[in-house]
Structure formats: C-alpha cells, structure tokens
Write a protein that binds this ligand. Structure first.
Ligand SMILES: NC(=O)c1ccc[n+]([C@@H]2O[C@H](COP(=O)([O-])OP(=O)(O)OC[C@H]3O[C@@H](n4cnc5c(N)ncnc54)[C@H](OP(=O)(O)O)[C@@H]3O)[C@@H](O)[C@H]2O)c1
Length: 261
C-alpha cells in the first residue's frame, strides 16, 4: 500500500503524495469572470451511480483522502457555505480542526425558513464565525435564536423561492470581504448556483461505490428542474487525480471568456 496518488491529468501523469491533492492550485485564478461577487467553488462527493447520500447522509460516501482534500480546499477559502437541509441531515463542521493555526473560514448557512439546527448540528471551531443568510421574508421570530449562535445577513427572497443567491454572494463580498467561497452542498443549493451561472468550479470526488435508491432517496449532485437543452452548462476538465479507486475531478464551468489552465 502506498500513500501516493496519481495526478492523471493534465499530462504527463505523475505520482504525488495523496495529501498534496489540490494543495498548489491557484485560487481564485487570476482570470476571474465577475468581480462583483466572490469566486465560487463547489465541492461534492458522489458514488459512481451519481448518488450523494447513504441513508440520507453524505458522511460515509468518500474516503479519508476525500475528507483531506475537503480540508485542503477549506484552508484556502474565506467562507464555507451549505444549504439548510445539509445541516438538518447530520452533525457537521464547516471549519478546520482546532490545531490548524489562525485561519478559519466563515461558516455560512443559507435558509429561508430560518429554522436551522445550529445548536445541535453545527460544530464550530473556537475562532469560527457563523453567518446565517436569510431572506427579507424570513420570520422575525427565528432571528433571536439564530443570533445566539452567529450573525444574520438578510437579502432579498428569490422569485423562485429561497434566498436570492446572487444577492447573497454580492453581500458576502461587500459586507464581509469574502473573495472565495467553497460551497459544500447540498444538491438544491448547488442547483441554484449553477442555474444562475454563479458557480465557477466543481470539485467532484467519485467514490467507487454503487448506492442505488429511488425517488427522493436518490438525489444526485444537482436537485432542480432539467435545464433546457441550449442552457445545459458545459464543463471544462481542469485536473484528475486518482487514489486507490477514488477519482478527484476538477472542472471549470464553461464560460467563453475563461481559458483552460
Ligand atoms: N455528497 C455530498 O457531497 C453532499 C454534500 C452536501 C449535502 N449532501 C446531502 O444532501 C442532502 C441535503 O441537500 P438538499 O439538496 O436537500 O438541500 P440543501 O441544498 O442542503 O439545502 C436546501 C435548503 O437551503 C435553503 N435555501 C434557501 N435559499 C435557497 C436557494 N436559493 N437555493 C437552494 N436552497 C436554498 C432552503 O432551506 P429552508 O427550508 O430553511 O428555507 C432549502 O430547503 C442531505 O441529505 C445531505 O446529506 C450531500
């Protein structure tokens, strides 16, 4: 057994330490598309049959190396963002472990109902700021509870329901100086970002498992309506790593102005 991973793409392929996956990438890239909002990267893990949960939870899909790549990405960003359902599904942390010096990304939770289990399910590091992004229509009655655990940012409600995600990103930049956001799901939030063209990159770990499931048990990395044919987002493959049988795929969401590299 070796601790080495293979970087398969770009060519030539070479061995690197598994801990070095994503360590030396340029984030955000020099050529950015939209200076009005933070650069947005999405990181998810799915089985080979495209599923993102086992018994409703994401925790058991990826390997230890997948969790390490997640921490590597967290260490590079200003904020880690999730949708409220992801926090409802299981206890989780959006930070780095206590031993990591200094930097902790802001933990950002997106909710319109304002009903999120911060007390029971969000594990926060000592120096980690928690920010709950709500809509103008979110009931005032939930604010006191949210403010006990963090701060609250109010933005417009989107016409399709939920928080206006573009405005949320712009407010993160203007009010908090956030330049780089890592979105860790879930599928509904990722769908919102992709459908509004505000997701710049997708880091997808493909775990060597077949999970199965049907109906609402079978959510894939995007949960929302099918895109009309001309608006199906294309992806540019940026890099591929392999460790044991797990693949780490990095894509850029196609933008005619963005160059591969
Ligand atoms: N495999 C993976 O990498 C991975 C990663 C993350 C999550 N997951 C799994 O995915 C499941 C949860 O995902 P999900 O798709 O159901 O929910 P989600 O994306 O985590 O959260 C959706 C919720 O976010 C709030 N929201 C507010 N504005 C929104 C907007 N504009 N767009 C989208 N959401 C908005 C709403 O909460 P309110 O109802 O409070 O308004 C909405 O119900 C869990 O089972 C979790 O374990 C898997």
């Amino acid at each position: 057994l070796t601790d080495n991973a293979l970087r398969l793409y770009p060519l030539p392929a070479r061995e690197i330490s598994s801990g070095a996956i994503y360590e030396d990438i340029e984030l955000p890239p020099r050529k950015r598309c939209d200076p009005s909002r933070p650069y947005v990267i999405v990181n998810v893990v799915a089985s080979v049959d495209g599923k993102t949960t086992i018994e409703g939870k994401a925790a058991r899909i990826g390997s230890e190396v997948d969790r390490r790549t997640m921490r590597t990405l967290r260490s590079r960003v200003d904020a880690v963002m999730i949708g409220a359902n992801t926090l409802r599904a299981e206890k989780l942390s959006l930070g780095l472990d206590e031993l990591s010096a200094g930097h902790q990304p802001i933990a950002v939770i997106i909710t319109k109902t304002g009903d999120v289990p911060l007390e029971t399910n969000l594990i926060t590091g000592e120096r980690q700021e928690v920010l709950v992004v709500v809509a103008q229509t979110t009931p005032e009655s939930s604010m006191d509870r949210l403010r006990e655990r963090g701060s609250v940012l109010r933005v417009a409600a989107s016409p399709t329901g939920g928080v206006d995600i573009k405005e949320a990103l712009e407010a993160l930049k203007v009010e908090r100086g956030v330049e780089l956001v890592l979105v860790e799901g879930g599928p509904r939030l990722i769908y919102s970002l992709v459908s509004q063209s505000v997701a710049d990159e997708l880091f997808l770990t493909l775990s060597p498992k077949l999970i199965g499931g049907e109906g609402s048990d079978a959510s894939t990395i995007l949960d929302g309506g099918e895109f009309p044919q001309p608006r199906i987002p294309g992806l540019l493959l940026v890099s591929v790593h392999l460790f044991n049988d797990e693949l780490y795929l990095r894509y850029r969401l196609a933008d005619p102005r963005a160059a591969r590299g």
